[in-house]
Design a protein around this ligand. Structure first.
Ligand code: GDP
Ligand code: MG
Length: 443
């Protein structure tokens, strides 16, 4: 996965307080591979990675994130933007029934989706009707009728039955029927071919002209990968559409088709179909799809938490101190840093989300959060000048501090040692990159 590969890349990244060209290149390479593995079309990958690199170069350095995390955050934001940002909602007609027409290849999942969408609309208090305009495939009408029955939504079909009749007349008649019976949403299911062809496009256009849809939805199987782009283009030219529905997202497709189609057509993905059951359906969520494409697991959650929690000012202060400006790193800073870490939540949970952190797992499982309270008690028993200058804490001071905090002298000794250790480690990290918020972790 991308997380695994980035974990390796992380090792070479150096936090110099700025994203270096080498850092950007290394991460961009991994992202490029991840996108290609997710079946995103090559021209889309190229353009996308280029845009990410441009943005990464201009980016302010964040106190909470290391360079790789920062680039991932940019990637995620760009993905979400291309995928439509916010979920695009259906546009309902201002008067009369809302007409939704489905188009796509045979087997894309249109008929299944028609019923799923009808059920979803019904649950929102609408009274939809399904219209069978696939008169091509034997049993297509029957399939819609069976599905309609299962979701309790009426189906409008040609009286002649399967395989006969003119889909355009059926489509036209269905609008009149909706007016008569006060259905407020008309869902028009259409025929597909195994491949794109002129006759299919013509029929779909004719149906479109007959019903004047409020929304034409292009239904596409997420599993067809790279071919999705060709099909999406053909339907855009041949019929045109307002939004995209991705089906079969329950399969192992990583969803690159969503990005390719959205990027190349500028049409938002509106719904996601993810299973054979008629309830396996939801609005499309660009942010979730972005994580799926990147295969980042909980990485984004972690990044968000880290950003929310990490106090920027504090980070600046600490960084300044470590780089020799703004005075020395003190026990007060040490305590503050540990409290920041705690704010992030349970340490072991957090570390589990980070790629490449498996090596620390054992250490973390033994991490006792009450330890921070004990450390806090000891530090707070010190005078301000002792905290600012821990070197002055001699034997008699240690005894007094131990008494004041209700700890043993050995605890105080250990803390002071640990502080000097942490300060040394932080100086190295400040010079050589690494994770923020980690000093003070007892080892
Ligand atoms: P149409 O030719 O576009 O109308 O496609 P259908 O609705 O008939 O679906 C074709 C096949 O794909 C059927 O076997 C469906 O059960 C299946 N299918 C549709 N949507 C999904 C989905 O989201 N997940 C899975 N696993 N199968 C689906
Ligand atoms: Mg069908």
């Amino acid at each position: 996965t991308l997380s695994d590969r980035l974990a390796d890349t992380f090792k070479n990244l150096r936090g110099k307080g700025r994203l270096s060209e080498a850092d950007i290149d290394a991460t961009a390479r991994e992202i490029r591979i991840a996108l290609l593995e997710a079946d995103v079309a090559l021209p889309v990958v190229k353009e996308f990675v280029g845009a990410v690199k441009d943005r990464a170069r201009g980016e302010e350095v964040s106190g909470a994130l290391n360079p790789a995390q920062q680039i991932i955050k940019i990637v995620n934001e760009e993905l979400v933007t291309i995928l439509g940002g916010e979920t695009r909602r259906l546009r309902y007609a201002k008067s009369g029934p809302t007409v939704i027409m489905l188009a796509g290849l045979q087997g894309a999942g249109k008929t299944t989706l028609a019923a799923k969408l009808a059920l979803w609309l019904k649950d929102q208090g609408k009274s939809p009707v399904l219209v069978a305009c696939d008169l091509q495939r034997p049993n297509a009408v029957k399939q819609l009728q069976v599905n309609g029955e299962r979701v309790g939504v009426p189906v409008f079909a040609p009286e002649a039955g399967n395989g006969v009749g003119d889909p355009v007349s059926v489509a036209r008649a269905s609008i009149e029927e909706a007016g008569r019976k006060l259905y407020d949403v008309v869902i028009v299911d259409t025929a597909g071919r195994l491949g794109v062809d002129a006759e299919l496009m013509q029929q779909a256009s004719d149906i479109r002209d007959a019903v004047n849809p409020d929304e034409v939805l292009f239904v596409v199987d997420a599993m067809i990968g790279q071919d999705a782009v060709v099909t999406a283009r053909a339907f855009l030219d041949g019929v045109g559409y307002d939004g995209v529905v991705l089906t079969k997202l329950d399969g192992d497709a990583r969803g690159g088709a969503a990005l390719s189609i959205a990027s190349l057509t500028g049409r938002p993905v509106m719904f996601a179909s993810n299973g054979e059951k008629l309830t396996d359906f939801d609005l499309f969520h660009p942010d979730r799809m972005a994580s799926r494409i990147l295969d980042m697991g909980d990485m984004m959650t972690l990044i968000e938490q880290a950003e929310k929690t990490f106090d920027q000012d504090q980070a600046m202060k600490a960084a300044a101190k470590l780089s020799g400006q703004g005075g020395e790193f003190t026990l007060d800073d040490f305590l503050e840093q540990m409290q920041q870490v705690r704010k992030l939540g349970s340490m072991s949970k957090i570390m589990g989300m980070l790629p490449g952190m498996g090596q620390f797992r054992e250490q973390l499982e033994n991490f006792d959060e009450r330890e921070i309270d004990r450390i806090q008690a000891i530090i707070q028993s010190m005078t301000p000048s002792e905290r600012a200058n821990p070197k002055m804490i001699d034997g008699s001071r240690r005894a007094r501090i131990a008494k004041g905090s209700g700890r043993m002298v050995s605890d105080v000794n250990q803390l002071v040692d640990r502080f000097f250790e942490a300060r040394k480690m932080m100086m190295q990290m400040a010079r050589g990159g690494g994770m923020p918020g980690m000093p003070g972790m007892p080892g």
